[in-house]
Write a protein that binds this ligand. Structure first.
Ligand code: LMR
Length: 394
């Protein structure tokens, strides 16, 4: 029977990781997968995460099953991290999930349970796995304009026009901050305009919040999400702890369902617990416990925030350095967008042929749409990348 299986195209981002590893060249540069790396190319365990794990080792006495929807402590800490004072516990359903991707999957499943004819609007472009998961689930996908290839900023007029076509019963997937793959983000005023469109259309927003703390700061990166939450009666939020806690392999995330009233919250919470049970039963505990320990222990929380801030400002510095280097080499400001973008990624706007040449001639790996991971750079590699970009004629 298994011989009937069709070969699956490998995920492009993950395939690139393998290609990079197999490249024997000294001095190769990995700007592919969205994983934070320090200047030495290492992905460190954050200090507060390490300390939390040490405490857990000393205090945990059992490995028996825990909550099907996650532990209340984790749910509350995440709700507060994302929504701040705007968290309304009595109308918010929360589910611990297998990473941010698990939260996205459960959000799509939940919305489809509520509306079997669900159609999802996604930005053009978006994280390729968004579309891949939706295709796999058989969900109709509609793109909305997002990235202006000329300015490398947001095509906001196009975005608004396309989102106005969404209807009640549709879902609109928005990136809460640090848009992946482009790095181009909405201003708070633009978020307010999107909220007005959602009010008018009645479409359900699903906010993918995978990089809170990597853009303009923990609070600032949640501002768009909080604005939507304050104006739209039903909102889904899929959050990842992979990046801001650096616990990628622990698979820690959560889905928040903001509901119009307590009775709907009850329904949503029940459906979400059911979805976990049907998919993988209990969600992973370890990473969620790390997160709740860090967030509820004042000294660990302060240290985590300080380290996250250092990571964020380090990436901003790299952005400015790269933009400066490109300004010098090109004699123009046309790469100024690199310093304007936020988060881990920037889409350079190179053609697939140019991306291929940069890989083959310079040993620099970026995703085929010319997305670079800023955190893959350091003082030594920035001039090499800048030279490659100019030499292939981007
Ligand atoms: C990325 O976009 O590189 C990350 O979100 C990692 C992944 O799973 O693709």
């Amino acid at each position: 029977m298994l011989g009937n299986l069709k070969p699956q195209a490998p995920d492009k981002i993950l395939a690139l990781m393998g290609e990079f590893r197999a490249d024997p060249r000294q001095g190769k540069i990995d700007l592919g997968v969205g994983v934070y790396k320090d200047a030495t190319g290492h992905t460190p365990i954050m200090r507060a995460v390490h300390a939390a794990e040490q405490r857990m080792l000393e205090t945990e006495t059992t490995k028996t099953y825990a909550g099907l929807s996650g532990e209340p402590e984790f749910q509350k800490a995440m709700g507060e991290l994302i929504l701040g004072d705007g968290l309304k516990s009595e109308t918010t359903a929360t589910l611990a999930t297998v990473g941010g991707t698990g939260a996205l999957r459960q959000a799509l499943e939940l919305a489809r349970m509520a509306n079997p004819d669900l159609r999802v609007f996604v930005s053009d472009p978006t994280w390729p796995n968004h579309v891949s998961i939706m295709n796999f689930m058989g969900l109709p996908v509609q793109t909305y304009r997002y990235f202006d290839a000329e300015t490398r900023g947001v095509d906001f007029e196009g975005m608004k026009a396309d989102l106005a076509a969404a209807k009640k019963g549709d879902m609109v997937l928005l990136h809460g901050c640090c848009h992946n793959p482009t790095g181009a983000n909405l201003t708070l005023d633009q978020w307010a305009e999107i909220a007005s469109i959602l009010e008018k259309t009645g479409a359900l927003p699903l906010i993918d919040l995978a990089y809170q703390g990597f853009g303009d700061g923990l609070e600032e990166d949640a501002a768009g999400t909080r604005l939507i939450a304050s104006r739209i009666p039903e909102v889904l939020i899929a959050a990842s702890c992979s990046k801001n806690f650096g616990i990628y392999r622990e698979r820690t995330g959560c889905l928040l369902a903001l509901c119009a009233d307590a009775a709907t919250r009850e329904l949503a919470q029940g459906a979400m617990a059911f979805l976990n049970r049907q998919t993988y039963s209990f969600p992973p505990f370890h990473g969620a416990k790390i997160v709740s320990t860090v967030l509820t222990t004042p000294e660990l929380r302060a240290d985590w925030m300080a380290e996250l801030e250092a990571v964020r400002s380090g990436m901003l510095r790299l952005r400015e350095q790269l933009a400066g280097e490109l300004r010098d080499l090109s004699g123009s400001d046309r790469f100024g967008f690199v310093a304007e973008h936020r988060g881990m990624f920037s889409r350079l706007g190179a053609t697939p042929e140019q991306v291929k040449r940069i890989k083959e001639e310079f040993g620099i790996y970026m995703v085929g749409d010319s997305r670079i991971n800023i955190a893959g750079l350091n003082d030594n590699t920035i001039p090499i990348l800048a030279r490659a970009i100019i030499e292939v004629g981007v």
